[in-house]
Structure formats: structure tokens, C-alpha cells
Design a protein around this ligand. Structure first.
Ligand SMILES: Cc1ncc(COP(=O)(O)O)c(C=O)c1O
Length: 418
């Protein structure tokens, strides 16, 4: 019989990983408190307000504005920064669609650039090269929890008078040179969707140290209202992006666990760096010297298929899942998505910008390509396990490596792209 679980052998993983989302009686009580108070709505409520303050303080920020999700957080900040038709915003090609779709939603053009080959975060040299007179902002994504190069990006933003926005949807509690992410530029945005590092199923947040950005973001998220004014007065463009009290209440409790969980994940990830680094063909995402704490939304590693019998990423992932290790494929490159390739995105642009040639459609993004099609992600709940769990992950990878030839030859029902 084969050693590989995918081919009928015994699994490498013996005990279950921690379940996610985590909750206990504190969430249960918080939800009951909201229920019984009959204040379920953000506007007169206290729970979401309390969460905004606590989450901002946790990241060393003066202000927090809670919104419905992480996509909305970027949409709101685009509006608050007055980004609109004719403007360009530089984004990494390697990210979730929301980073770019929020720019399009504002009627502006997302300009994609490649990422660094080691951290998979936006490459500051390419950001600098992509700046034009129309550029208004840079959105950096802290990929998998690893901060983008905030030294270089802050300097570029300052020198070119651009707004730096940190899309921190993966990076709650991550640190760059001992300082928590989110306030290195104009604003940081977060997601509290179900897989994220704290969650209420859905939810989002903007943090900022800039009083005017906070004033405008708060107004945009609440139908263009202004604090202290009559309820039916609306001063600027706005919509309803408010978070409910249910979510605020749950997130208040979730936040109390974040610090300890972040430290735990960071520590386990370093153990995995060591264990997987010893296996031929495995290259974990680099931990830059500037990253003093990685929130580790995911543990990302590159698999060199030559060291694994030439198997596809999909086949590797199927074999890992069969061994009992949750793992998944990565994001495809943004510029390759149908919405861009088909030209559909132009419908959100106006004037000359809608008609002209956009270089990113024909650009070369070798590092994004490699990150998109050749890396594997272990989702964060696995990193909340113990040391034995990390050793079992490494055992599974080693087993696949040692039996890769057999895996390559086996007829397995996996949809393979290459
Ligand atoms: C990098 C990044 N930005 C933005 C978002 C959007 O967050 P949400 O799903 O809460 O809208 C996500 C969500 O997965 C993300 O991964």
C-alpha cells in the first residue's frame, strides 16, 4: 500500500487542528447583551463605537471607523481621500480583487505592479517607476500578514505627495520595526470576514491618525452626515457602510485574544520556517528584517515542482489535504482576471482614461506569476496549534516529497491548470 494518504496510506496528521472561528461564553454573553438591550443598530449603540476605539488603540491609531467589510473599508477611504475619475492608484498585481475593485468603484484606475520575489509584497522600486502626474495613492497589501516595505513606501509617498493606504486585511497585529501596521501612511484598512484574524463573519475597519481623513471617512460611511448635525442633513457623497451592534459586540471579545494569538502564530510560523526549510524544494515566504511580528493570516511557501516529481500545485494541495493538513492555492494575478482581460473594467472609467491603452494589461509580472501559481497557503487556524502540529505539517510535506514520483504517476481526480 502507498505511504501517501491520497493513495490510500495513513494520514500524517493524527489530531485535529483548532477550529475556527473561536468563541466561548464571552461572545455568547456579548450577543445576549445586545439582544436584550434592544439596541441592535450602530447609530445609538455603544458596542461598535467601543470596538472602533479599542481596535484603533491596539494599533496605536487615533481613530477607527468600523464598516461593513474590508472591501467597503477601501471604498470608503478612496472616497475620503477624494480619489475619483482621471486618478491612478498603484496596487500590487498579487492581491485579492478588492484592492483593485475599490479603486474602480471610485472611478479611478488601479495600476498594477509586480511584487517582491521573497515577501510577495508590492515592490517599492516598481511603485516608484509607475508614478505619473495622475497618481494619487499607493495601496500596499501586507501579504499573508507580512508587512510590505513600509520604510521605502512611506518615503516614496512623502516625496511624491501621495497617500499611502495599507490594506491590512491579512495583518491585524502585525508589526514593522516594533510598530503595529496601519498608520504608516494616511490610513489602514482591515477585514473581519470569517477567515480573518478576528471575525464577526463580516466586518471591516479603517484606522488613521489624520483627523480630517477620519472626519470624511466617518461621514462617507454614514450617508454623508456630519457629527453633531441634524440627522437628515447630508453634506458629502456617502452611503450606508455601518457595522451592526452584533458584530461590534463579537469583535470586542475577539480583540481580547488577538495579541496572544498573534504571538502564538508568529512563533509557530518560525518553527515551520525551520522545519520546511530543511526539505528540498520548499521556500517559505521570507521574513524581512523589518518584520518584527507577522500576524500570519496564512503560512505561505513556494513549492519547486522539480524537487517534487514535476507535480502540479493542485496535486500537491490535494495530497496535503488528504494527509489532514488544510492548505489551498493562492490568488491569481489581478491583471489576468476576466474583468481586466475582457476590458469590462473600462466601464467604470470615464473620458480619456476609459479609451487609452493600459500598460498593465501587457505587462510582465514574473514574481506575481510565481506567487500565484506556485505557492501554497496554510490558513491561520492551523498556526494556533501546538509544536506537535507543526511537526506533523512538516512530516506531511516530507512524505509527499519522498513519494513525489509515485504521486506524479498516479491517476488522481484533481483539476490541474498546468
Ligand atoms: C487583501 C485583501 N483586501 C481586501 C479584502 C476584502 O475584505 P472583505 O472580504 O471583508 O470585503 C480581502 C478579503 O479577503 C483581502 O484578502
Amino acid at each position: 500500500m502507498s505511504e501517501l494518504a491520497l493513495l490510500g496510506g495513513r494520514k500524517a496528521k493524527n489530531k485535529a487542528f483548532p477550529e475556527w472561528p473561536m468563541y466561548d461564553d464571552k461572545e455568547r454573553r456579548a450577543l445576549m447583551d445586545v439582544l436584550e438591550s434592544r439596541v441592535w443598530w450602530r447609530t445609538p449603540g455603544t458596542k461598535t463605537l467601543e470596538f472602533e476605539r479599542a481596535f484603533a488603540a491596539f494599533h496605536g491609531a487615533r481613530h477607527g471607523v468600523a464598516v461593513t467589510n474590508g472591501t467597503a473599508a477601501i471604498e470608503v477611504i478612496m472616497a475620503a481621500l477624494n480619489i475619483g475619475p482621471g486618478d491612478e492608484v498603484i496596487v500590487p498585481d498579487f492581491t485579492f480583487i478588492a484592492t483593485a475593485s475599490a479603486v474602480l468603484f471610485a472611478g479611478a484606475l488601479p495600476v498594477m505592479v509586480d511584487v517582491r520575489p521573497d515577501t510577495y509584497c508590492i515592490d517599492p522600486d516598481l511603485v516608484e517607476a509607475a508614478i505619473t502626474p495622475r497618481t494619487k495613492a499607493i495601496i500596499a497589501v501586507h501579504m499573508g500578514g507580512h508587512p510590505a516595505d513600509l520604510d521605502r513606501l512611506s518615503k516614496i509617498a512623502r516625496e511624491h505627495n501621495l497617500a499611502l493606504v495599507e490594506d491590512s486585511s491579512h495583518a491585524h497585529g502585525s508589526e514593522w520595526r516594533g510598530r503595529r501596521i496601519g498608520t504608516f501612511g494616511k490610513a489602514g484598512t482591515f477585514s473581519f470576514q470569517s477567515s480573518k484574524l478576528i471575525t464577526a463573519g463580516e466586518g471591516g475597519m479603517i484606522i488613521t491618525n489624520d483627523d480630517e481623513v477620519e472626519r470624511l471617512a466617518r461621514s462617507v460611511h454614514d450617508c454623508g452626515r456630519m457629527p453633531g448635525e441634524w440627522f437628515y442633513s447630508h453634506f458629502i457623497y456617502g452611503s450606508n457602510y455601518r457595522l451592526s451592534e452584533w458584530q461590534g459586540a463579537v469583535l470586542n471579545v475577539q480583540l481580547t485574544r488577538l495579541d496572544k494569538q498573534t504571538a502564538h502564530r508568529h512563533k509557530n510560523a518560525r518553527l515551520l520556517d525551520q522545519l520546511l526549510g530543511e526539505i528540498e524544494g520548499m521556500t517559505p515566504q521570507k521574513l524581512d528584517a523589518g518584520c518584527t511580528r507577522n500576524g500570519q493570516y496564512a503560512y505561505i511557501f513556494h513549492v519547486d515542482r522539480d524537487a517534487f516529481g514535476g507535480i502540479s500545485t493542485e496535486r500537491f494541495i490535494a495530497a496535503m489535504n488528504a494527509e489532514g493538513i488544510p492548505n489551498q492555492a493562492s490568488y491569481p494575478p489581478l491583471h489576468d482576471l476576466d474583468v481586466f482581460k475582457s476590458g469590462e473594467y473600462r466601464k467604470k472609467l470615464t473620458g480619456r482614461q476609459a479609451e487609452e491603452t493600459h500598460a498593465f494589461l501587457k505587462g510582465k509580472f514574473p514574481h506575481t506569476h510565481r506567487a500565484a501559481w506556485e505557492t501554497v497557503w496554510i490558513p491561520q487556524p492551523a498556526l494556533l496549534g501546538d509544536e506537535e502540529d507543526m511537526h506533523e505539517i512538516a512530516t506531511a510535506v516530507k512524505k509527499i516529497h519522498d513519494h513525489a514520483g509515485e504521486l506524479a504517476a498516479a491517476p488522481v481526480a484533481v483539476r490541474e491548470t498546468a
